[in-house]
Unconditional design. Structure first.
Length: 202
């Protein structure tokens, strides 16, 4: 390695460390709480960031939209988003909480995933914006993989150690150690502890 290449490698590493430090400082300023070694990559759209709590070693990539609802259509809400330690959220995800929505530890959330705990109500004679929100408790357990483009609809509770297939629309609860896919999503595999394998449902 030449001297120029050596100096360039040092410069790149230094820039990388400065970038990570700036990302962490930005997150500390925007969110209610941020754990150690968590990285947030701009640009983002953050609404109600002080009601978002981020654990340790979390990565949130660019163009994510994270929002908590405190006021809508003349009504007050108590939106709070909890993101567990070791979880990664890829680009262009949209997560919205009008109540307490929790995402567990060590989850992998792929790009373009949507997770919400609220629907727009529709009262005849009023617009959607006037009708307020319907709150449905939603949560994601620990060690869950959510494939690209999946939709986790309001009211769904996903257990621990689950896999959600790409582009799935999840409308019902998912039990621990299950693999689901489809529109609407259905269980396609489950983990058999006797054989220590994922087995297809027949």
């Amino acid at each position: 390695m030449s001297l120029m290449q050596f100096l360039l490698s040092i410069l790149i590493r230094a820039f990388h460390h400065v970038h990570l430090a700036c990302s962490h400082c930005y997150a500390k300023f925007v969110f209610g709480s941020v754990g150690n070694n968590s990285i947030v990559i701009k640009p983002l759209r953050i609404i109600g960031g002080k009601n978002i709590v981020i654990g340790d070693d979390v990565t949130i990539l660019n163009n994510a939209r994270l929002e908590t609802v405190s006021y809508y259509a003349g009504e007050k809400y108590c939106g709070k988003l909890l993101i567990g330690s070791g979880t990664s959220i890829e680009q262009n995800c949209h997560i919205i909480a009008a109540d307490e929505l929790s995402i567990g530890n060590n989850c992998m959330i792929s790009s373009y995933v949507y997770i919400a705990d609220c629907n727009h109500r529709y009262i005849i004679g009023e617009t959607f914006r006037q009708s307020g929100l319907e709150i449905l408790n939603t949560r994601v357990g620990d060690n869950v993989f959510i494939g690209i483009g999946a939709r986790i609809m309001p009211g769904v509770k996903i257990g621990n150690n689950c896999v959600i297939g790409a582009n799935s629309v999840v409308t019902k609860d998912v039990l621990d150690f299950s693999m689901v896919a489809g529109v609407p999503a259905r269980v396609i595999k489950w983990y058999n502890f006797e054989t220590n394998n994922w087995e297809t449902l027949r």
